[in-house]
Write a protein that binds this ligand. Structure first.
Ligand code: ZN
Length: 260
């Protein structure tokens, strides 16, 4: 029993030393404000991710040493804060659905006190979920039609075999004119997504798609799939506007709008 507090203390000291070691003035995390001289390594080191130049999955330095936010989380947060003005008084009455939430973003949205903020995830074995996350399947969302002003569902669709059904379900629960931020790992070179339902084992999927629980690598046809489900698609690259926030210069934000 006595080891537990000691272990906790050791972890804290180790983290403080790490933050001291990486502190600097080159970068500033928009989520937690940590200023660093470099960024933490993120991504999966599979050959297939390099071969197809998969933005949002291939290894790079883009993480925050303090809050753990990835470059894609920072991109989403900057879009919400500065482009969408989510924290303005006019948007306080927003109803927000956050699927598979990144904690760094979820904590900021929760703290703001929107009309409603619901977080859900498909609970997987071996993972711990914070108390505010409800068990939820994106293929069958427990909400009425036209319920949300904003849906965040990042790095989820590449895990789902029937991704079009998930897209339609997200579309259904959105209000007309509402936005969904639907980031996925996206190949820079593939026109057509790679998927193969015959690949079932974790090893096969890791080798083919770059992560043991991914079922495809998306190509440019990702946008077409969204359009076929009724969305208007906007792509935004904000990296030039935020040189010190450590965004991935190649990463575009996928914003899907429910057309009225
Ligand atoms: Zn941070």
């Amino acid at each position: 029993m006595k080891e537990q507090p000691l272990k906790k203390l050791a972890r804290r000291i180790k983290k403080s030393l790490k933050l001291l070691l990486h502190s600097g003035t080159n970068y500033e995390c928009p989520l937690c404000g940590y200023r660093s001289r470099d960024l933490a390594p993120i991504g999966n080191d599979y050959e297939v991710l390099r071969r197809y130049e998969v933005v949002g999955a291939a290894p790079r330095r883009g993480g925050c040493y303090r809050c753990g936010a990835y470059d894609r989380d920072k991109l989403v947060f900057l879009y919400l804060r500065d482009e969408l003005g989510i924290f303005s008084a006019a948007k306080k009455d927003y109803h927000i659905l956050h699927i598979a939430p990144s904690h760094a973003i979820a904590s900021r949205l929760q703290a703001h006190g929107f009309a409603s903020y619901v977080a859900g995830d498909l609970f997987a074995e071996g993972y711990d979920y914070p108390g505010y996350v409800k068990e939820m399947n994106v293929l069958n969302l427990p909400f009425d039609d036209n319920a949300f002003d904003l849906v965040l569902c990042n790095h989820v669709l590449e895990h789902i075999e029937d991704d079009r059904r998930a897209m339609r379900e997200i579309y259904r629960v959105m209000k007309a004119g509402a936005r969904a931020i639907l980031q996925v790992p996206l190949s820079k070179v593939l026109e057509k997504s790679i998927e193969d339902p015959a690949l079932k084992t974790e090893e096969e999927r890791a080798r083919a798609f770059g992560q043991r629980d991914h079922v495809r690598i998306y190509g440019r046809d990702y946008y077409e799939r969204l359009r076929q489900c009724g969305f208007r698609v906007e792509e935004q690259n904000l990296s030039a506007a935020y040189p010190r926030q450590g965004l991935n210069p190649e990463e575009r934000l996928t914003v899907a709008v429910k057309t009225p």
